[in-house]
Design a protein around this ligand. Structure first.
Ligand SMILES: Nc1ncnc2c1ncn2[C@@H]1O[C@H](COP(=O)(O)OP(=O)(O)OP(=O)(O)O)[C@@H](O)[C@H]1O
Length: 231
C-alpha cells in the first residue's frame, strides 16, 4: 500500500535520507528502528509531505503521492502522530479529538465510539483541557486524534518515548488491537527490541539515513541490535 522508492531528502543542502526503499503492506505493523539522529523523523515527515524529497518517489496504492501536500495525504488515508505530544493544551480533550475529524476522508460529525473504547481515560477526561493531562495521557490523546479520522495507514513517531511503563503497555495494547482488526497498517518508530519482535511483522533499521538492515521481525537478533542500535 505504501511504496517508497530510492528516496533522498533532507534540509536545505544537507541530505539526510539516502536511497531509502521500503514498503508497508495492508494490515502490517512495521517497526522503523535506529539510533538518535539517523533520520527516522525526517523519513516520517517526508512520507507525510512536510519535507519535499530531492529524489525518489512515494506511492500510496496506485497513486504517486510524491507531489501531494500533507493535507491531501491525510485525506488519502494517512494518519500521523508526530514525536512529542502535539496536542492543543488550551482545548478540551473532546475539542482536540474533533480536530481529527477535519482530517478525515469520510464526513463525520462525531468521534467514533471505538476511539473512546481504546482509550477509556479520554472518555473520563473529555471536558478537561489537553494541557492538564499527564504526559502519557497527552500521548494517548495524540494517537486517538489520529485514529478519529479512521486512517488506513498510521504513522507513529516514538509514541512510547518518555512515558511511564503502565501507559506504554496501554499503547502497545492499542497497537495490538489495531493489528488484530486488520483494518489499518502501522509504521512505527520504536527502539524496543521486545516490541519489534512481539508485535511488528517486519522491521527496518536506519543508520545515517540509509536502510542498513531489514527483515521479518521474528528474525531480528540481539547481534543485529548490538551492531546497528547500541549507542
Ligand atoms: N529542521 C532541521 N533542519 C536541519 N537539520 C535537521 C532538522 N531536523 C533534523 N535535522 C537533522 O537531521 C538529522 C536527522 O534527524 P531526525 O530527527 O530525522 O533523526 P531521528 O532518527 O528521528 O532522531 P531522534 O530519535 O533523536 O528523533 C539530524 O542530524 C538532525 O540534526
Amino acid at each position: 500500500m505504501l511504496n517508497i522508492h530510492e528516496l533522498e531528502a533532507g534540509y536545505g543542502e544537507s541530505m539526510i535520507l539516502r536511497n531509502v526503499t521500503m514498503k508497508v503492506e495492508p494490515g502490517q505493523v512495521i517497526c522503523l528502528m535506529g539510533r538518535n539522529g539517523v533520520g527516522k523523523t525526517t523519513l516520517m515527515k517526508t512520507i507525510m509531505g512536510l519535507i519535499k524529497p530531492k529524489k525518489g518517489s512515494i506511492h500510496y496504492g496506485p497513486k504517486d503521492m510524491t507531489p501531494f501536500p500533507p493535507d491531501r495525504r491525510a485525506k488519502s488515508g494517512i494518519g500521523y502522530v508526530p514525536q512529542g505530544r502535539d496536542i492543543f493544551p488550551q482545548l478540551t480533550v473532546e475539542e482536540n479529538l474533533m480536530l481529527g475529524l477535519e482530517a478525515s476522508r469520510i464526513r463525520k460529525s462525531k468521534v467514533p465510539d471505538n476511539v473512546y473504547e481504546m482509550f477509556p481515560v479520554l472518555k473520563e477526561m473529555i471536558r478537561r483541557k489537553g494541557g492538564d493531562l499527564s504526559g502519557g495521557q497527552q500521548q494517548q490523546l495524540s494517537i486517538a486524534r489520529a485514529l478519529v479520522s479512521e486512517p488506513e495507514l498510521l504513522l507513529l513517531d516514538e509514541p512510547m518515548e518518555g512515558i511511564q511503563p503502565s501507559i506504554v503497555m496501554e499503547i502497545e495494547h492499542v497497537i495490538e488491537t489495531i493489528k488484530a482488526s486488520k483494518q489499518m497498517s502501522v509504521l512505527l518508530v520504536e527502539q524496543s527490541l521486545s516490541f519489534a519482535t512481539s508485535i511488528a511483522d517486519y522491521y527496518y533499521v536506519l543508520d545515517k539515513g540509509v536502510i542498513v538492515a531489514e527483515g521479518n521481525s521474528s528474525t531480528l537478533s540481539e547481534e543485529q541490535v548490538k551492531k546497528h542500535l547500541a549507542v
